[in-house]
Design a protein around this ligand. Structure first.
Ligand code: COA
Ligand code: ZN
Length: 312
């Protein structure tokens, strides 16, 4: 049976935060405008983090103010604390994506707070955002493993998700920040989360660091997950997680689900055209296997010698 899926494009945030080169503000805006024409459910535009922590996204205000908004697309931004929420309100996002880590050491490295401090901060942000009419999704980084602490206890992920849901979170995203997840683990956590916070929208955010991105997406899909983060061109990674590398690429996610007959809302040819422009955007070669190969039914004219040898 065909299912309607929501694809969230995170390359402008998760991708550009990790790039060595600062992408000029105007180029970021043009990139996001081109993505807006592809049919995403959401685009994560930027992050309102400390410019010292994430210098490549220091132009968050200008980018948010500069983009053209397409009907049907929700524009969101990553926020780590109250200061970030206050900055975000001025940019009129449709929702914000709060962040903390499921692992203690990654939270300390990435956010300079303990998990308890982050949780209290995010609960305060959710309360404050309610006043501003701003829905808050919460992304739980390192939910499937941590590059410092190793295994992350699924019970702790579930307990954080439940606390945040009780505090008014509009959704939870479970993130495999450094590509440590594997399919049976993904299926188990997704099933348990859907039981723990029934009715709360759940998103899965995968990195392809160890080549299991699409397999994990399929495992999540099979348990009923309908929202997927992806980064066009497979960009992405957390600068405060050693070994982090690209997200599962959006074009591969969309292509896989479309081939299986599901409706992602995303127009693949338009997305592939955007991916072809990304090497210029980031100033280094961006290689996407899918963008290179084209969709599975792309057909090539047979070579001249073949036509000559078999004229019929
Ligand atoms: N936006 C802009 N500036 C911020 C800010 C925000 N959301 N939060 C804090 N700051 C500024 C403070 O004003 C202060 O500035 P000053 O040095 O000029 O006085 C400085 O940052 C330090 O503030 P402090 O509250 O002590 O923050 P910190 O140094 O402990 O850092 C975070 C905490 C959360 C702000 C920082 O670690 C961060 O932005 N992390 C995000 C990491 C990230 O995005 N990772 C990838 C995504 S998962
Ligand atoms: Zn990520």
């Amino acid at each position: 049976m065909s299912r309607r899926l929501e694809i969230n494009e995170v390359s402008p945030r998760d991708g550009l935060q990790m790039e060595r080169n600062f992408v000029p503000t105007e180029s970021k805006i043009a990139f996001i405008n081109a993505l807006s024409a592809c049919g995403f459910a959401r685009i994560e535009v930027t992050s309102y983090t400390s410019p010292k922590a994430i210098p490549t996204l220091a132009d968050a205000e200008a980018v948010m103010a500069g983009i053209e908004r397409a009907a049907g697309v929700k524009y969101t931004a990553l926020v780590p604390n109250l200061r970030g929420m206050e900055r975000a309100v001025g940019g009129r996002p449709d929702e914000i994506n709060l962040v903390m880590s499921a692992s203690e050491t990654h939270n300390r490295a990435n956010l300079r707070m303990t998990r308890a401090q982050s949780l209290a901060t995010l609960q305060e942000v959710i309360r404050a955002a309610e006043g501003a009419g701003l829905p808050c999704n919460v992304s739980l980084s390192a939910s499937f493993g941590c590059p410092f602490d190793g295994e992350v206890d699924a019970n702790e992920v579930i307990s954080l998700a439940s606390s945040l849901a009780d505090s008014g979170a509009a959704g939870i995203t479970v993130c495999d920040t450094t590509g440590m997840a594997y399919p049976t683990q993904v299926a188990s956590l997704c099933e348990r989360l859907q039981q723990a916070v029934p009715g709360l929208p759940l998103t899965i955010h995968l990195h392809n660091t160890r080549g299991m991105g699409l397999a994990n997406a399929l495992a999540a899909f099979d348990t009923g997950i309908e929202r997927f983060d992806g980064a066009s061109g497979g960009l992405g990674g957390c600068p405060y997680a050693p070994g982090a590398s690209g997200n599962v690429s959006t074009e591969e996610l969309v292509h896989m689900f479309a081939a299986m007959g599901h409706d992602t809302g995303v127009e693949l040819d338009s997305l592939i055209a955007v991916v072809h422009s990304m090497s210029d955007l980031v100033g280094r070669p961006v290689f996407s296997q899918l963008a290179e190969a084209g969709p599975r039914l792309r057909r090539f004219a047979p070579p001249a010698w073949l036509v000559e040898k078999f004229p019929q």
